[in-house]
Write a protein that binds this ligand. Sequence first.
Ligand code: GRF
Length: 200
Amino acid sequence: MNIAVFASGRGTNLQAIIDAVNRGEIKAVISLVISDRSDAKALDRAKKAGIETAYINPRDFSSREEFDKQAINYLEKNNVGLVVLAGFMRLLSPYFVNRYRNRIMNIHPSLLPAFKGTSGIKDAWKYGVKITGPTVHFINEDLDAGPIILQKPVMIDQSDTLESLEEKIHRAEHQIYPEAVKLFVEGRLSVEGRMVKIRG
Ligand code: GRF
């Protein structure tokens, strides 16, 4: 199976998935990394790993859907079976979501449905929760709302700071995201309504 990763930033989750592929844990090929930012560190990581990259400049397109159609051109050319969003800071259009339904994953840094949005770690920290952690989910039309694949609890200790919590959450992300991709590639995930069933 061919995988495409969409990333706008540092790409540490991309790196964790590249590493899992290289270790032979995920039996698939990352054939493409797409970014909406030319300066994304994720693009450097992809190039270093010998993966094709594409920078798509949002300013070149009149609408979200037009941008997404350009991304779909790349996906079709590469015969992509799974789209992995890893710190991709754009909403996908309903057109894209529908086209790749239950074949687009995202990682969010809080235990959904709590603390949706772009500052999931900080919001949980400020709220004072004692347990938080990342969620891997399929994408649907609503923000951070698709069927949940995996979650990993992270305890917030008295001694934690926002920075140490961020580190813990990223460590947890780097465990569950490759795991979720592996489950998908092995055909072990099925979606029934909001429920994601994991076989085996
Ligand atoms: C992660 O914290 C993820 O939960 C969120 O964006 C961040 C991406 O980090 N969606 P990186 O670019 O993979 O390092």
